[in-house]
Ligand binder design. Structure first.
Ligand code: ISL
Length: 479
């Protein structure tokens, strides 16, 4: 096995919007992260991954990028970013950025141009198709694909009458990676940040960039459509190899690709060392396993043997020269202690047990902000308390249009919703958990903050936080 710094590191994911607000706008910011770098260093973090901080209209909290080279004004300025990067490097840590390149915002200048006319030079930057004609002469989408966030994956655009593809929200049009000019644009973006000194990328839904064609999906379960229709298209490896060859290989950096639809058979093709693609992928073996026939808001129970098998299988799958990422949660999934442990009576013990598991497997562990203090799911009483576009779209489709009982849907959201992981970081028992002094956080704080917070744990040798710190140190002492 070849040694590499990213194999001997612990990554900490920050969701900047929910980390720490220093300006009083109710939204976390870059200076908030800067102010806590010593805390992260003290925990033993080597690499910080920032969820997107680029200019964005925030239809999907920054995963809809309007300008890849600008910092979101709510988060700060490019000068703040440069200071943050220096602060991270000064402490011997590294920084990886989130590269969202399957799609842009519909407010990106490329899309504004692309949608303007059929012969615009940027028309082929995105995926445009004629609609189908319905039985009554009405215009229908080109196929039956659904978006990840409810409703059709196609939107008809007034200017030309054609439809554009959006696998996520209608404000996230998919880029056309078949177009070499698009690949060059993305390579230039990658080069821009690497030249600035960032240490790598987490690549959002990288498994989806190469499309297989546009026939109807025959699958009734959405995860089957992801795996068999949307993901692992015929040119994905070629596109990744090109990006690595032309840009990434010129730097000493790490890459981890997010991979819905990447199964045991495909994983090695993305990460085996002789392939020149990615260092790691995030597979969803354990993340999608509780989705029922109706998808994520129709959850089913999963037993421990099935859960353990995912990790065993993936460990074996890497025997040919690949390396695993290890994670039990992120900004898209419920809190790990609530989902895989117990956030009631056995909160403390199960948070520590999951940490032990995470830190003692082969692979690079990723800690999602707040998991190191045992932050839990939240059960807001009303849909009005929720912010996530996935939850709000599913509410509109299932409850408002579909007639599902609101209480039943909310129960599913309490268990599965992405906002579980997006409530503000719980720094202390001060108002709003010390996240913001504004009195109006962008999303409400979990009401358990007087009990679950960093200040209460930082100096307690038996705390969850102290256990993470010990396990990280132990891991590094025994490569
Ligand atoms: O959130 C999910 C479960 O409902 C996932 O299916 C998720 O949509 C998928 O893993 C892709 O996630 C990534 O891309 C999305 C963005 O909304 C997520 O936050 C991001 O992690 C679109 O950019």
């Amino acid at each position: 096995m070849k040694r590499a710094w990213w194999k001997e590191s612990v990554v900490y994911q920050i969701y900047p919007r929910s980390f720490k607000d220093t300006t009083g706008n109710g939204v976390g910011d870059l200076r908030g992260i800067l102010s806590e770098l010593d805390t992260l260093r003290d925990l033993g973090v080597d690499i910080i991954w920032l969820s997107p901080v680029y200019e964005s209209p925030n239809d999907d909290n920054g995963y809809d990028i309007a300008d890849y080279r600008a910092i979101m004004a709510e988060f700060g300025t490019m000068a703040d970013f440069d200071e943050l990067l220096d602060g991270i490097h000064d402490r011997g840590m590294r920084l990886i950025m989130d590269l969202v390149a399957n799609h842009t915002s519909d407010e990106h200048a490329w899309f504004t141009e692309s949608r303007a006319s059929l012969d615009n030079p940027k028309r082929d930057y995105y995926i445009w198709r004629e609609g189908r004609t319905g039985p009554d002469g009405q215009s229908l989408p080109p196929n039956n694909w659904r978006s990840f966030f409810s409703g059709p994956a196609w939107e008809r655009d007034e200017a030309t009458g054609q439809y554009y593809l959006h696998l996520f929200t209608r404000k996230q049009p998919d880029l056309n990676w078949e177009n070499p000019a698009v690949r060059k644009e993305i390579a230039d973006v990658v080069d821009f940040w690497l030249a600035k000194g960032v240490d790598g990328f987490r690549m959002d839904v990288i498994s989806l960039i190469s499309k297989r064609g546009y026939g109807d999906t025959p699958h009734s379960e959405f995860n089957d459509t992801i795996a068999n229709v949307y993901a692992n298209g015929p040119r994905v490896h070629e596109f990744l190899q090109e990006m690595v060859r032309d840009v990434i290989s010129r730097y000493d950096v790490m890459t981890v690709g997010e991979g819905p639809g990447i199964g045991l058979a495909e994983g090695p093709l993305y990460v085996n060392e002789d392939r020149g693609e990615l260092n790691m992928v995030f597979h969803f073996g354990h993340m999608f396993m509780d989705h029922g026939p109706g998808g994520k808001f129709d959850p089913v129970d999963v037993g421990l043997p099935a859960f353990k098998k995912v990790f065993l299988d993936w460990d074996r799958a890497m025997a040919g020269g690949g390396w695993n990422s290890l994670f039990l949660g992120n900004h898209d999934f419920p809190r790990m202690v609530s989902r895989y442990g117990d956030d009631g009576e056995h909160w403390w013990a199960s948070a520590r047990a999951l940490c032990l598991m995470l830190m003692s497997m082969r692979g690079t562990p990723y800690v999602y902000q707040g998991d190191e203090i045992g932050m839990t799911n939240v059960a807001f009483p009303s849909i009005g308390d929720y912010r996530d576009v996935e939850t709000l779209n599913a509410w509109a489709e299932e409850v408002v249009e579909g007639g599902r009982e609101p209480e039943d849907f909310l129960r599913a959201v309490h268990r599965q919703g992405r906002d579980n992981a997006r409530t503000p970081y719980q720094w202390s028992d001060a108002p709003d958990a010390g996240f913001t002094a504004s009195g109006r956080p962008w999303i409400a704080v979990n009401p358990n903050f007087p009990r679950v917070n960093l200040a209460a744990q930082r100096h307690d040798p038996d705390s969850i936080w102290a256990f993470y710190r010990r396990m990280i140190a132990f891991r590094k002492a025994h490569p």
